[in-house]
Write a protein that binds this ligand. Structure first.
Ligand code: PGA
Ligand code: ZN
Length: 421
């Protein structure tokens, strides 16, 4: 059969930041090829599928990917060879059977995902369909019409993504009023551009962090970015809260201590979960914040439902490190009322099929879906955009500048052009 997998080869490629990652190339009997690469996070959640690195300090400071590459070539390839690339379910079942543990410690989530995604690409090429249509046909996602995701653009970053900036990891501009994809991208990016001018005017540096967002070192507090962003929205000619709004990803797992307190060094405050929720409530009242992701730690299960109760009517309460694109953790979050929206990152879980299962479960339960880039080791692969389009995700979260980020917005606009949206 022409669509059978004939050969799988992985290789080590460079990701952003200079550290390696894995790319897989799947060749079908017909000669059709599918290529995919896998990103990883700088502030990865504790419960994610692992990014298997070599740990050999003589190569890339311990972060070489030769083990993962070998696992693809020697362990995964023999198992997948001969399968039909159009049957993604069976391919992913085989991949999962190699390492069914949620964290894929044996084979590496990166090794598994590279093959899962490269097979999807090969399947898309073989069927002559754009990837977003191929994914939709394979999984019957998204309903009758395509509704493209709105951009959520990281404009200021701190935490582990930038030295000497805010404790909270990300401040984002999201489009509230849908003007069509190209205008949506334009609105969010224009706010980013005007924010640069404003920061300069205020004497702040406009150097950028790992996602290409500004990382002003002299910023006075974790709150200051919110007023700066609102000012930049006005400067750019958009109404805060009406046209565009602010999303935040504090990535609170990074600053919650073993004592259960949230340590905001820049503000000189140590807050209990209750006080942390109160802090967010004040920000939501004062600014056009419409979304907070990982406002609490990844294991603070008792506080999440409290936050969702207090804020969930007004804003998106998103789980990222809390749920790690994993249906079991998502089900627990649904059962406990922990959140009303989910961040989706395929490399948190390991296969396309499991990623889609998490999206389906979220959408079935009325949660909003945000498909996301990774903060650290990103690549120029744009598959997440096709995934978001295939599933009618509500938002895509990607940084504003640097090649590996803009290539994703460019893919989004390309799909919009294809669909006439
Ligand atoms: P990461 O962060 O990809 O570096 O883990 C991004 C996020 O937390 O959303
Ligand atoms: Zn996050």
């Amino acid at each position: 059969m022409k669509t059978q997998v004939k050969e799988i080869r992985a290789r080590e490629i460079l990701s952003t930041g200079g550290f390696p990652t894995v790319e897989a190339v799947v060749t079908l009997e017909s000669g059709v090829v599918g290529v995919a690469s896998v990103p990883y996070g700088t502030s990865a959640g504790k419960h994610e599928a692992v990014t298997l690195a070599d740990g050999d300090p003589r190569r890339y400071r311990g972060k070489g990917m030769l083990k993962a590459v070998r696992n693809v070539n020697d362990v995964i390839a023999p198992k997948i060879r001969g399968l039909d690339a159009l049957d993604q379910h069976t391919i992913d079942e085989h991949l999962i059977s190699l390492d069914p543990t949620p964290q894929r410690r044996d084979i590496g989530g990166n090794a598994i995902l590279s093959v899962s995604l490269a097979c999807a690409r090969a399947g898309s090429a073989a069927s002559g369909l754009p990837l977003y249509r191929h994914i939709r046909d394979t999984y019957k996602t998204g309903g009758r019409d395509f509704v493209l995701p709105k951009p959520m653009v990281v404009v200021i970053e701190g935490g582990r993504h930038a030295d000497n900036s805010t404790d909270l990891q990300e401040y984002l501009v999201g489009v509230v009023k849908d003007r069509g994809t190209r205008e949506n991208v334009r609105a969010a990016i224009e706010v980013y551009l005007f924010l640069g001018t404003l920061l300069k005017k205020k004497g702040y540096s406009t150097n950028v962090g790992t996602e290409g967002a500004y990382a002003p070192t002299a910023i006075k507090s974790n709150e200051e970015p919110l007023s700066l962003i609102e000012e930049a929205m006005e400067d750019a000619g958009y109404k805060p809260g009406e046209d565009v709004g602010i999303a935040m990803d504090p990535a609170a797992s990074e600053f919650v201590g073993d004592d259960g307190l949230y340590h905001l060094a820049r503000d000189g405050q140590d807050l209990s979960p209750e006080d942390m929720i109160g802090y967010y409530e004040c920000l939501v009242d004062k600014y056009c914040v419409y979304s907070i992701e990982d406002g609490l730690g990844e294991d603070d299960w008792s506080a999440w439902p409290v936050m969702n109760k207090r804020l969930g009517e007004k804003i998106m309460v998103i789980g990222d490190d809390l749920t790690v694109t994993n249906v079991d953790r998502l089900q627990k979050a649904i059962d406990t009322g922990a959140m009303n929206s989910i961040l989706i990152k395929p490399n948190q879980v390991g296969t396309l099929t499991e990623t889609i299962a998490a999206i389906n479960l979220a959408q079935y339960n009325g949660l909003k879906v945000v498909v996301s880039h990774r903060g650290g080791g990103e690549t120029t692969d744009t598959l997440i955009i096709d995934l978001a389009a295939a599933t009618n995700a509500d938002f895509v979260k990607v940084g504003p500048s640097r090649g590996e980020r803009v290539v994703k917005y460019n893919r989004l606009m390309e799909i919009a052009d294809d669909l006439g949206l």
